[in-house]
Ligand binder design. Sequence first.
Ligand code: AMP
Length: 172
Amino acid sequence: MEDLIKSKIREIPDWPKKGVRFKDITPLIEDKDILKKIIDELALPYLDRKIDKVVGIDARGFILAAPLAYRIGAGLAIVRKKGKLPFRTISKEYALEYGSNTIEMHEDSIYQGEKVLIIDDVLATGGTMEATVELINQLKGEIVGIDFLIELISLNGRGKLKGYNIRSLAKY
Ligand code: AMP
């Protein structure tokens, strides 16, 4: 499975800036057989776990989160970049290599005690996911798992997510 995924991930050196090897997942999601395999594989441990919400992260996380939520019979809650959500929000600012970023969720997107599965395309430094975890904890959701398609091992994003059940399908 890992080799199959890697065979369809296009690596773009020095994009969007020098030193980053960008993992382009578009060839992977354009392939009808592999897209299905990936969603089925991500769903497998959660089919009987009665997950209430899958949380998808702006923007490539949404691509995986919606079919995954459908597959496991959960709702879909979204984490968006600042200023995109129309209703009352909670927000979290976090540091990037240069500067900072702010993510938001609707304050009613997860109810207290709901079982939540979070998904994003890439785990890099873990900053985005750490901020997401904090928002879900603020809403008192129960985080059952955190899934990624791709994990960049050398950046040790897992170090920011200690104590959670983390899974990634392709490691670099
Ligand atoms: P981080 O907060 O550092 O873990 O970065 C995670 C977010 O940035 C994810 O939502 C990814 O979509 C994106 N990202 C970071 N590094 C890469 C990379 N090398 N290739 C593709 N996306 C990346």
